[in-house]
Design a protein around this ligand. Structure first.
Ligand code: 5AD
Ligand code: SF4
Length: 452
C-alpha cells in the first residue's frame, strides 16, 4: 500500500496519463500533441481512467451546454481524487483559456489549468501541482503551432488521421468565442506539415484531414515565396495518390476558384466541402459579421457544382441568433433547400460572454422559439440527407475501408470521397484497402452496397 505523509507522498504516483477530449477535431489533434509532450517526459498514455495518476480534460467552450457537460464530468471524476489524493486533474483547452483562474477556485475540482498555447509547459505545471501549488498557464501565443511535435496517434482505426495546419482565428464572427480562446491566426510551416503527412503514410494511414479554423486563409511566407492553401493542398496531395486528403473548415468569404480547381485536378483530394452558412438571411449574416451575403454564398455553391460535379457539401447552421425573425428563419430554410446539403450540424444560438454579440445585441429569441426553429431545420435536413443518399442508390463509389461495421464482423465500413459512410459484406478484404462498391440501398445514416 502506498503511504501518504502530509500532502507529500513517499511513493511516486503512477506516470500514466488519461485524456478525455471534448469539442472539435482541432481538440482531438491537440490531445495527441499533449500526449506526445508528456511521453517525452516519462508519461505513458492509458485508456483506463482508473490506472491514471494524471487525468486531463481537453475542453470546449463553443456553447454553454458544452461547458455544462464538462462541469458534470469534472464532478463525476472528483470521486477518484477522494479515493486517492495524489491523482492530479488538469483542465486544458478552450474552457481553461476562457475561465482562467476561476476554474481553480471552483469547488477545487482541478489542480491545474492550461490553455491551448501552453501545452509545452505541462511538465513543469504538473510538477507545481504535484507539490501542492496552484498551476496555471493560459498565455496565448502569436507563434506557437507545435510544428516540431510528432503527435501520438490515439485514433481507433489506424487509417484516418488529423493534421493541424494552423491555429487561432482572425475572423471575429460576432457569436464566436474561438478568437478569444485560441488567439490570433497563425499558419504552420508547410515542410513540417508535409513531413507529418509522410510519416502517417509510412505508418499505414490512408486518409489525412488538414485542420484549421479557416483553412482558406492559410499563408506561409518566406523571403521569396508565399505558400497559400491551394499550394499546400497540392503539395500534400502529391505525396501519394493513394492517400486521401480532406480539409476543414472553409470560410465562404475566402473559398476561391483556384482552390476548387486544384481540388478537381487531384482525385485523391476528397469531393467534400464543409461550408458553414450559419444563416440564410442577409440581415442576420451582417449581424454575425460573416462578411458575405446569401447571394455570394449561393455563388460559391454554384461554382463548386460547376467545377466539381458530384462534390458533397455540408454546413453549420445557427438558429435563433439575436433579433432573428420568422422571415429570417424562412430564409435559412430556403437556402438549405436550395443548396440540398448532404449533411449539416445545427445549433441553437448560445450567447458566449465577452463576444461582440454578447456585448452589442440582446439574446432576445425565446428558448421555445429557438427549439421550434431548430426542430424545423433538423427535420428539413433529415429530408435533404435522405434525398442525397437515395440519389446514390445504383451508383458505384470508391470506398476506403476503415473498419468492421458496428453490427457484424462479416460487414465492413468505410467512406466515399463524399464522406458518406458505406456498409457492405467484405470477406477477405481489409481495412486500408480501396474497393468499388455499388450502392443498393440506404438507411438514415448509411449507404448499403456490395463490392463489384
Ligand atoms: N452558439 C451556437 N453555435 C455556435 N457556433 C459557434 N459559436 C456558436 C454559438 N455561440 C457553431 C457555428 C460554428 C460551429 C463550429 O459551431 O455554427 O460553425
Ligand atoms: Fe474547438 Fe471552438 Fe470548441 Fe475550442 S471552442 S474546442 S476551437 S469548437
Amino acid at each position: 500500500m502506498p503511504v501518504a505523509c502530509g500532502h507529500f507522498n513517499i511513493f511516486a504516483m503512477s506516470k500514466k496519463v488519461y485524456i478525455e477530449t471534448y469539442g472539435c477535431q482541432m481538440n482531438v489533434a491537440d490531445s495527441e500533441v499533449v500526449v506526445s509532450i508528456l511521453s517525452e517526459n516519462g508519461y505513458e498514455h492509458t485508456n483506463d481512467i482508473k490506472e491514471a495518476g494524471l487525468i486531463l480534460i481537453n475542453t470546449c467552450s463553443i456553447r454553454e451546454n458544452a461547458e455544462q457537460r464538462i462541469w458534470g464530468r469534472l464532478k463525476a471524476i472528483g470521486h477518484l481524487k477522494k479515493k486517492d489524493k495524489r491523482i492530479l486533474i488538469g483542465l486544458i483547452g478552450c474552457m481553461a483559456e476562457r475561465l482562467k483562474a476561476k476554474v481553480l477556485d471552483a469547488e477545487h475540482l482541478v489542480d491545474m489549468v492550461v490553455g491551448p498555447d501552453a501545452y509545452r509547459d505541462l511538465p513543469s505545471l504538473i510538477g507545481e501541482a504535484g507539490s501542492g501549488h496552484r498551476a496555471i498557464n493560459v498565455l496565448l501565443s502569436r507563434e506557437e503551432t507545435y510544428a516540431d511535435i510528432s503527435p501520438v496517434r490515439m485514433d481507433k482505426n489506424g487509417i484516418t488521421s488529423f493534421v493541424s495546419i494552423m491555429r487561432g482565428c482572425n475572423n471575429m464572427c460576432s457569436y464566436c468565442v474561438v478568437p478569444y480562446v485560441r488567439g490570433a491566426e497563425r499558419s504552420r510551416d508547410p515542410e513540417s506539415i508535409r513531413s507529418e503527412v509522410e510519416d502517417l503514410r509510412a505508418k499505414g494511414y490512408r486518409e489525412v484531414t488538414l485542420l484549421g479554423q479557416n483553412v482558406d486563409s492559410y499563408r506561409w511566407k518566406t523571403d521569396d515565396h508565399i505558400t497559400t492553401f491551394p499550394d499546400l493542398l497540392e503539395r500534400v496531395a502529391l505525396i501519394d495518390p493513394l492517400l486521401r486528403i480532406r480539409f476543414s473548415t472553409s470560410h465562404p468569404k475566402d473559398l476561391s476558384d483556384e482552390l476548387l480547381r486544384k481540388m478537381s485536378e487531384h482525385p485523391n483530394i476528397c469531393r467534400h466541402i464543409h461550408l458553414p452558412a450559419q444563416s440564410g438571411s442577409n440581415r442576420i449574416l451582417k449581424l454575425m459579421n460573416r462578411d458575405y451575403t446569401r447571394e455570394w454564398y449561393m455563388d460559391r455553391i454554384s461554382t463548386i457544382k460547376v467545377i466539381m460535379p458530384g462534390c458533397a457539401i455540408s454546413t453549420d447552421i445557427i438558429t435563433g441568433f439575436c433579433t432573428e425573425t420568422e422571415d429570417d428563419h424562412k430564409e435559412t430554410l430556403s437556402l438549405m433547400e436550395w443548396a440540398g446539403y448532404d449533411f449539416a450540424y445545427m445549433f441553437k444560438y448560445s450567447e458566449r460572454p465577452g463576444t461582440r454579440a454578447a456585448k452589442k445585441y440582446s439574446d432576445d429569441v425565446p428558448e421555445e422559439t429557438k427549439t421550434k426553429r431548430l426542430n424545423e431545420i433538423i427535420s428539413l435536413q433529415n429530408k435533404l440527407s435522405a434525398r442525397s443518399k437515395k440519389q446514390d442508390v445504383g451508383r458505384v463509389f470508391e470506398v476506403l475501408i476503415e473498419d468492421f461495421s458496428k453490427r457484424s464482423h462479416d460487414h465492413l465500413s468505410g467512406r466515399t470521397s463524399q464522406n458518406k459512410v458505406v456498409v457492405f459484406p467484405g470477406k477477405g478484404r481489409r481495412k486500408g484497402e480501396y474497393v468499388n462498391v455499388k450502392i443498393e440501398n440506404s438507411t438514415s445514416a448509411t449507404l448499403l452496397g456490395n463490392i463489384i
